[in-house]
Design a protein. Structure first.
Length: 131
């Protein structure tokens, strides 16, 4: 089983992305960062905080200085609540009360992406997927 992966992505619209997975890092760190032309969104599992950075638009010189907006986890937030909510969702799907948040097509696409990343590494070739 791979414990580290670095995946480069190019979407159909030309947007570039990257995914870095690392199960070796000590201490462990788990975060998500989305960087765009107008700002950045960053989430850190350690404290549950979400930070939002919006770049000042060049058209408006009167805008406030570029700053990070930090959104803290709710006061009584417990990480285990995420797992309990996922289990509740799963059980409700099994009882046919709701539709799954991720369906079989979503799962198939995720698997195709992982298998393409593995094949790309093994064959040292770029892989093309269409979803």
């Amino acid at each position: 089983m791979e414990d580290t992966a670095e995946v480069g992505l190019r979407f159909a619209n030309g947007v570039l992305g990257s995914v870095h997975l690392n199960y070796n890092q000590q201490p462990p760190a788990h975060h998500l960062e989305i960087v765009g032309t107008q700002g950045t969104i960053r989430w850190d599992n350690k404290d549950g905080e979400v930070s939002l950075f919006q770049a000042k638009s060049p058209q408006r010189s009167d805008e406030k200085k570029d700053d990070w907006l930090v959104i803290r986890a709710p006061r009584n937030f417990e990480r285990n609540d995420l797992f309990l909510a996922e289990m509740s969702h799963f059980l409700a799907v099994m009882r046919d009360e709701i539709k799954p948040a991720c369906n079989l097509v979503d799962g198939k696409r995720a698997l195709e992406l992982v298998l393409a990343a593995q094949a790309s590494q093994h064959d040292r070739q770029l892989m093309q997927l269409s979803f």
